[in-house]
Design a protein around this ligand. Structure first.
Ligand SMILES: NC(=O)c1ccc[n+]([C@@H]2O[C@H](COP(=O)([O-])OP(=O)(O)OC[C@H]3O[C@@H](n4cnc5c(N)ncnc54)[C@H](OP(=O)(O)O)[C@@H]3O)[C@@H](O)[C@H]2O)c1
Length: 334
């Protein structure tokens, strides 16, 4: 297997001095791959030179990933402190963050996490695979007071040493302004959807201006996303003529251009794949072969505001539609 020296992978420094590798392996395999296949990919990735793995309890594979991590440690491939492991608390555990974190730690067979995120800012009790159109009687909009209660539990995890860094995911400017105003420990980063056709420039810039780093998820445009996250209006980043032209110049797959653009723009990227060749191309892609200034400029102009992960499954009964999740007019929808 081809490998990349992990020391050649760039990192970003968070406001507290922690250093996070700019590329991590995503582990949300939707319905396409078994937990064992994804765990095997984690093991392969670490042998290949990946040092950052993006996990979550709701991906239902932390136990299998934990077994894979135990193997790489036992085989002496890597030491715990050389890895960056992220996990996330799911929506139905906003009142039981510490318990949820301890469960993830037990499943991953770790005694601390490098990063713990609140996966979504909505309390919600639906099963991970529920129907797209369902409105959940137990779901609700963002209530800042409740979120800060959840955030207080996140802060306690840092204080007790179970977690080194805490962050948010899927929050908007309106929500982040309130969180920044009221938090004791500021989020180190926000994990959010970003790819060339959905650049979220205003939100991205807001985060960076406030010292909050950004992890961009679905960086390739999530071609394997579940059926519930597909609409006829969705566009395909990898088929964009600008992306394809850059890929031809650099002799790489268009997917790799999306990742190079992401890292060069200044964000952390977490592409998913279980295929050894793709995992390698992605890791190699962010360690060499920059886009030119003109190419960066050209990609900045192909934004189509095409959100793929709309979050419909989190809607509460009185919500008008998925736009309510994203505070499109700058006001938190209730
Ligand atoms: N915080 C959140 O709410 C949130 C939401 C969504 C995702 N995430 C995280 O972000 C990660 C990545 O997002 P994602 O899985 O939605 O989408 P993605 O990384 O944009 O796309 C993954 C797909 O791209 C394909 N691919 C990967 N590398 C490729 C290459 N070099 N050439 C061609 N195709 C390539 C893979 O194909 P194969 O299937 O053939 O390998 C896979 O199906 C997730 O796994 C998860 O960890 C977080």
């Amino acid at each position: 297997m081809q490998t990349i020296n992990p020391t050649s992978v760039p990192f970003r420094t968070l406001y507290n001095g922690a250093k996070i590798p700019v590329i991590g392996l995503g582990t949300f395999g939707s319905d396409n791959y078994s937990a064992e296949t994804i765990a095997q990919a984690v093991k392969t990735a670490i042998k290949m030179g990946y040092r950052h793995i993006d996990c979550a309890s709701v991906y239902c594979n932390e136990k299998e990933i934990g077994a894979a991590l135990a193997e790489v440690f036992a085989e002496g491939i890597v030491k715990r402190e050389e890895l960056w492991i992220t996990s996330k608390v799911w929506n139905d555990k906003h009142d039981a963050v510490v318990e949820s974190c301890k469960q993830s730690l037990a499943d991953l067979q770790l005694d601390y996490l490098d990063l713990y995120l609140v996966h979504w800012p909505f309390p919600n009790y639906h099963a991970p695979k529920c129907d797209v159109t369902a409105r959940q009687p137990n779901s609700g909009p963002y209530i800042h007071e409740n979120f800060m209660n959840t955030w207080g539990q996140m802060e306690s995890l840092v204080e007790s040493g179970l977690v080194k860094n805490i962050g948010t995911s899927n929050v908007t400017i309106a929500k982040m302004k309130l969180i920044l105003r009221d938090c004791k420990i500021k989020p180190v980063l926000n994990e959010m959807e970003i790819h060339p056709h959905f650049q979220q420039t205003e939100l991205y810039t807001f985060m960076k201006d406030n010292g909050v780093e950004v992890i961009g998820y679905s960086p390739i445009g999530s071609p394997g996303r579940p059926e519930r996250d597909r609409t006829s209006d969705d566009t395909v980043d990898m088929e964009d003529p600008i992306v394809v032209a850059i890929a031809e110049r650099l002799n790489v797959h268009p997917a790799v251009v999306c990742l190079k653009w992401a890292v060069q723009r200044g964000q952390i990227t977490i592409p998913f794949s279980v295929k050894t060749d793709k995992m390698f191309n992605n890791l190699k892609g962010v360690t060499e072969g920059l886009l030119t200034e003109a190419e960066m400029e050209a990609v900045s102009k192909i934004d189509k505001n095409c959100r793929l992960i709309k979050g419909q499954v989190f809607l509460w009964e009185s919500a008008k539609g998925w736009e309510d999740l994203w505070d499109l007019d700058g006001v938190i929808a209730v």
